[in-house]
Design a protein around this ligand. Structure first.
Ligand code: SF4
Length: 457
């Protein structure tokens, strides 16, 4: 007869045999595009750290800190289909042997929090999630935000993630705009939000009645910094520290939240995983994505479309065409980090291959169309955003983003070509995380496709 302790331990280490071949081709949808199945297998293969009584085990984290300008598909998913995402997390937990899961939610997603809480309660009632699921606490996360919005030394920082949504046609898809653009504090969530931060939890998780598997999902409200979308900064935020990205290795799959093996995926990635593994989506993984389409189109919104679709087809078939039939001056292919392309490249396939040929990547599949904006102005605006949101721990990123923003905005003159290249190289080689080492792409892309006076292709 097993002891009570052994029964509890068994719940933590139980791993379900699951054919992951359906996930072949599915890449993370949060921007980096890492193969999903690789992470799932890596966490399953990691040995357990400690015992459940010591707070050990493995962890599932859903990254819902959707802050990439132009991107709002995760917010849409948590409004419309939170149960599918949660079921994807539960499936990942059974596969990897995790007893605890956390949704790290962007603080502006007030409506989504309500639908998420309702979905968790429903899944607890139906025996899919364990009793006790749905506790709330607040993460730390103001690293990228100056105390006053204009202390950056730059001109008025015109762009924040939420400003972008509101200004570029995605009205009604997001929560309310806050005073400084997108920065919300815990007050918006009312009662039930735990301050101070909840420490590492070690209370037992009881098996859910329907599945017989112990998996509890709680919610951590993000702190508001863009950098919290970077997975290790997110973990720092959850642990209550200033959210600066960690050096890797170790990777979160090895030592993530509280040092435990952690499987972190984007909201959409869990959504696709559930649809693929349940058979609800019959195609192959990675053949379709959710596109956040906004800007000067007649019908901005979230659209499921094939990965090989061109931007022009997306605009025409889903977005109802460009507003007033205007000519597109420039567009963003996959969120701000993927830079700015000229309107003449709208026939580019939005696949990795197609976008690589023009010097960029699919990112978060957030396509923003501009009919009248000056491309240099858009590029400068993006760099100002990165300068504001840099967590400042790497000198090349901290100074480089500000310098490039200043050059593009015209506040200071560009240096000579060699000096400019040294700045960009130092950012690419000397930055800890993706913000710093991909930010030079914005200037490189602008140099490739635009001249000071206009499009050169
Ligand atoms: S690259 Fe930038 S955002 Fe990333 S860790 Fe370094 S300073 Fe922070």
């Amino acid at each position: 007869m097993p002891t009570h302790k052994e029964v509890k331990l068994a719940h933590y280490v139980r791993i379900v045999v699951m054919d992951l071949s359906r996930l072949d081709g599915l890449r993370g949808c949060g921007g980096a595009g890492f193969p999903a199945a690789f992470k799932w297998n890596a966490v399953r293969d990691e040995p357990l750290v400690g015992t459940p009584e010591m707070g050990g085990g493995k962890v599932i984290v859903c990254n819902a800190d959707e802050g990439e300008p132009g991107t709002f598909k995760d917010g849409w998913l948590f409004r419309e289909q939170p149960e599918v995402v949660l079921r994807g997390m539960q499936r990942a937990a059974e596969f990897a042997g995790a007893a605890r899961g956390y949704v790290y939610l962007r603080p502006e997603y007030v409506d989504q929090l309500e639908s998420l809480k309702t979905a968790i309660a429903s899944l607890v009632a139906s025996g899919i999630l364990s009793e006790g699921s749905g506790a709330l606490w607040a993460g730390a996360g103001f690293a990228g935000r100056p105390a006053k919005p204009h202390d950056t030394g730059l001109d008025d920082v015109a762009l924040s993630a939420l400003d972008w949504f509101v200004e570029h046609g995605a009205k009604g898809l997001q929560g309310s705009k806050t005073e400084h653009g997108g920065l919300a504090t815990g007050h918006a969530f009312g009662e039930g939000l735990a301050f101070p931060l909840t420490p590492r939890r070690s209370d037992p998780v009881e098996p859910a009645s329907e599945t017989g598997f112990a998996f509890r999902v709680d919610i951590c409200i993000g702190g508001g910094a863009y950098i919290c979308g970077e997975e290790t900064a997110l973990l720092e935020s959850m642990e209550g520290r200033r959210p600066q990205p960690r050096h890797k290795p170790p990777y979160p799959t090895q030592a993530g939240l509280w040092g435990l093996p952690t499987l972190m995926n984007n909201v959409e990635t869990f959504w696709w995983a559930e649809r693929l593994l349940s058979g609800e989506f019959e195609g192959e993984g990675g053949t379709h994505r959710l596109y956040s389409l906004s800007g000067d189109v007649n019908q901005p919104g979230v659209y499921e479309a094939p990965v090989g679709i061109t931007a022009q087809e997306l605009v025409d078939q889903f977005g109802g065409g460009v507003k007033d039939g205007a000519e597109v001056s420039c567009w963003i292919p996959g969120g701000a980090a993927t830079g700015v392309l000229p309107g003449s490249l709208l026939s580019t396939s939005l696949s990795s291959k197609g976008l690589k040929e023009v010097g960029t990547a699919p990112g978060t599949a957030a396509v923003v169309i501009f009919a009248k904006r000056d491309p240099r102005d858009v590029a400068a605006n993006i760099m100002q955003f990165f300068a504001q949101e840099s967590c400042s721990q790497c000198t090349p990123c901290r100074l480089g983003c500000r310098a490039v923003a200043s050059w593009l905005s015209g506040s200071t003159a560009f240096p000579d070509a060699d000096t400019e290249e040294r700045w960009l190289e130092s950012m690419e080689l000397g930055s800890i995380c993706g913000l710093g080492f991909t930010a030079p792409l914005v200037l490189r892309l602008w140099r490739r496709w635009f001249s000071e006076s206009g499009v050169v292709v």
